[in-house]
Design a binder for this molecule. Structure first.
Ligand code: UDP
Length: 425
């Protein structure tokens, strides 16, 4: 049997909380969700990914699964089980789909397929809908066969510039799916023949510990407890240690800011994801840089930084930075906006989707621009407030969990009803 992630007994709790979302997103959306769910009650759904810790998918599923269960669907969340070498290969696939050149070795193809074949054998239960996340388990559909289920591949990656070699290898496996979800049309991988492709951006849960309201003085006290001086300006980047998140570029931008604003501090909160072996080396590099400057702080989930701490640091910081070079979506951007924080971010992938129109000047292409926009915000607290409020409203309208649940339920309904596919945009 494939390892299962238990999301605890939160279903009952969420079930009474669904109505709490009405105050935030309005009745129409919640009523539509209940209407869709009514027809799908009892449907057996399986979500399959490669890790329960670290990264956006591991962040989303613990919120989505209980929500869908509370609506009456029967949802399991299962993980593929594989050796570290497999995750080194799939991280290379991930990087290649995000545009990094990669020469595919026969040994890589063979271990990738072997793990997917074994995983398919372990998938014993019967499901109506199987949702496979990202490239790691993508060949599962091929090895498992149709099994009377509807198969959905959910790609969370910025695959707008995929390496030809890796995409050509994966395409025959991907093209077997009944439907695909991408965050935006730009991410479509050339050569896909699947007829039902929908574009559904991820979302954050405003009621989760990571995003719930907290008093600012408590947040600042927690920061002080970690050695950060909350009376001085704080810049924060929260992300996996991944070259695409450009933490070394963030340090360079901070150093430019520091030339003008001596008081500034930089905090990194960086999770280590179980399916991302590349992260350790980059974390060492970031820590090496931090060791040279007492105003740079590096915290990670191994040091007890969990959702509540991330929430407190996001609320207590002055400017949130997300200097990604490629980004599938960047949940951290919505998390920051929801807290009415200004964000200076890379103009990459799904990040611009989240920006309020009037504040796109804060989307940056390079280190110098990043430093300039940060300084501008540090000098103008009024601009920070207006930007943060506009960001929160954009997130409220487009990037909260109920909208994501609604879009997924619509897709599941269309699939199980056998409705004619229509490409959304
Ligand atoms: N995150 C966290 N602790 C960390 C680093 C990241 O809780 O040390 C969370 C972050 O708050 C966000 C998710 O992990 O919810 C990262 O998702 P995102 O879409 O930003 O990036 P991904 O890792 O999926 O590329």
């Amino acid at each position: 049997m494939l390892p299962e992630v238990h999301v605890g007994r939160r279903s009952a709790l969420i079930s009474c909380q669904i109505d709490h979302y009405r105050l935030i997103v309005g009745d129409e959306l919640i009523d539509e969700i209940f209407g869709l769910a009514h027809k799908l009650k009892g449907l057996k759904v399986c979500e399959i990914n490669s890790t329960a810790f670290g990264g956006g998918v591991a962040e989303l599923l613990p919120r989505l699964v209980p929500f869908m269960e509370a609506l009456g669907l029967d949802v399991d969340w299962r993980l593929i089980h594989a050796p570290t070498e497999f995750f080194t290969i799939t991280k290379a696939f991930h990087n290649a789909l995000q545009g990094k050149p990669h020469t595919l070795l026969e040994s890589e193809k063979s271990l990738y397929l072997q793990v997917n074949e074994q995983t398919a054998k372990l998938l014993e239960e019967r499901y109506d809908v199987i949702i496979v996340h990202d490239p790691q388990p993508a060949a599962l559909r091929y090895f498992a066969g149709q099994r009377d289920a509807k198969w959905i591949w959910r790609c969370h990656i910025d695959s707008s510039h995929p390496s030809e070699e890796v995409s050509q290898f994966l395409l025959p496996y991907l093209n077997l799916y009944d439907a695909m979800i991408f965050t935006m049309p730009e991410f479509l991988i050339p050569g896909m023949t699947v007829k039902r492709i929908v574009f559904i951006p991820p979302a954050i849960d405003p009621l989760a510990t990571k995003n719930m309201d907290l008093p600012l003085d408590i947040c600042k006290r927690a920061m002080a407890d970690s050695g950060v001086d909350p009376t001085r300006p704080v810049l924060l980047q929260v992300s996996r240690f991944d070259p695409w998140k450009d933490p070394l570029g963030v340090i360079k931008a901070y150093q430019l800011v520091k030339q003008e604003c001596r008081e500034v501090q930089l905090v990194f909160i960086g999770a280590m994801a179980a399916d991302d072996p590349e992260g350790w080396a980059l974390m060492d590099q970031v820590e090496e840089e931090a060791a040279k400057d007492p105003d740079i702080f590096v915290f990670n989930n191994l040091a007890g930084i969990g959702n509540a701490e991330v929430n407190m640091f996001q609320r207590g910081s002055d400017v949130i930075v997300q200097k990604s070079i490629r980004e599938g979506f960047g949940l951290v951007v919505s998390e920051a906006f929801w807290k009415e924080k200004p964000v200076v971010a890379g103009n990459a992938g799904g990040i611009p989707l989240q920006f309020p129109d009037a504040f796109r000047w804060y989307l940056v292409e390079n280190i110098e621009d990043c430093a300039e926009r940060i300084l501008h915000l540090l000098r103008k607290p009024g601009a920070r407030g207006a930007f943060g409020r506009a960001g929160r409203e954009r997130v409220r309208q487009h990037f909260l969990l109920p909208r994501l649940v609604r879009d997924r339920l619509r897709l599941i309904r269309d699939l199980v009803d056998g409705r004619e596919p229509q490409r959304s945009s």
